[in-house]
Design a protein around this ligand. Sequence first.
Ligand code: AMP
Ligand code: GLY
Length: 426
Amino acid sequence: MNILLLGSGGREHALAWKLAQSRLCDKLFASPGNPGIADHAELVALDAADHPAVTAFCEAQRIGLVVIGPEAPLVDGLADSLRGQGIAVFGPSKAAAQLEGSKAFTKELCARHNIPTGAFARVTSEAEGLAALARFGAPVVVKADGLAAGKGVTVAMVMAEAEEAVREIFSGRFGEAGAEAVIEEFLDGEEASFFALTDGHTVVPFGSAQDHKRVGDGDTGPNTGGMGAYSPARVLTPLLEGEALERIVVPTVRAMAEEGMPYSGVLYAGLMLTKQGVQLIEYNARFGDPECQVLMLRLEDDLGELLLACAEGKLATRQPPRLSAEPALTVVMAAEGYPGTPKKGGSIAGIDAAEAGGAKVFHAGTALADGQLIATGGRVLNVTARGASVTEAQAKAYAAVDLLEAPDLFCRRDIGWREVAREAKG
Ligand code: AMP
Ligand code: GLY
């Protein structure tokens, strides 16, 4: 069948790479894609916000499966528009994507169904927000309710910082996303990401990962979309993974179905491993970026078949997905200035040399200008490798990084440090 993949980042390059290998895939289209994705797919220029145009394209090209990479089109209801025309889609409906699109929605769902997460208050004005902060005390977490590209969250260690965050949200900095806010109990522990595929009823685990959100080595500096990741996150032991599945993910999928909003697609649970057990920090309605890149390097299964089974409600008929026991690690190369205004246009060379040692370089923010590969975005490349251990995968990834000729890009040099330290201790 023909498959359409929507998105343009490193996550989508990794998905395109695996989808192109699927037994199901006759022709892969991607929109808007990037130069890396163009190795596997025909790039087309579709406006994901123009649902009739996307639907018409799918009908004209006899698309059998649409894979929606990023959250914005999901929250905007693109999956509903496509399904309304009988087109199979990997990704949740608008109602189900509220699990990512509204932090208050998720917190209230958790409260109704006894799903472990921190205490919270939903507030709609600065005065209400400040009053809630006074009740919670510091440390405390302040979040704009809607999608704010990862920038709407403040983990405040002192009250003044929390108050400032509340004022900022209600001053309109996040537009619609900040019409409401959530004040949350601070959860203390180590974070892990856990992924599950679901067709609305059947839920299958799809691996774990640990992301590195801060821009600088040693987890310093401002937050980013993620500077690197590795998988699996062994800190999420089989016991804790079972707890996350049974107490958090499965009850959520069941609750969404019961409440008339069945969730299908990948459910990405951000977890905090606290002394009181596994707690949900947040959900995302799509694969993580860059977590997807490490999952795809480990996937030893047909991605097209898995995603179609989710879309068609047939996950129960398949064997659970197989992920290699070998860990994978990815290093994000970002443009100077990121996460502020990144420098654009920096030249990139040496990808073939970097990949010769077995690493895989996914494109995240690149373009071709007169035949020369250049950087266009904040996160530009994801240098990804597998190894017998995280330590080995890390060494392979950084060896590949060192073969790239990209003077305007930088990366963290310590991706995977928590696990490398654990492996050193044995
Ligand atoms: P989010 O955008 O919800 O993923 O939040 C971004 C980051 O803020 C998370 O990855 C956590 O590191 C941190 N965070 C969010 N909520 C909490 C919480 N309730 N307690 C502690 N840290 C949090
Ligand atoms: N890397 C974090 C995310 O995709 O949300």
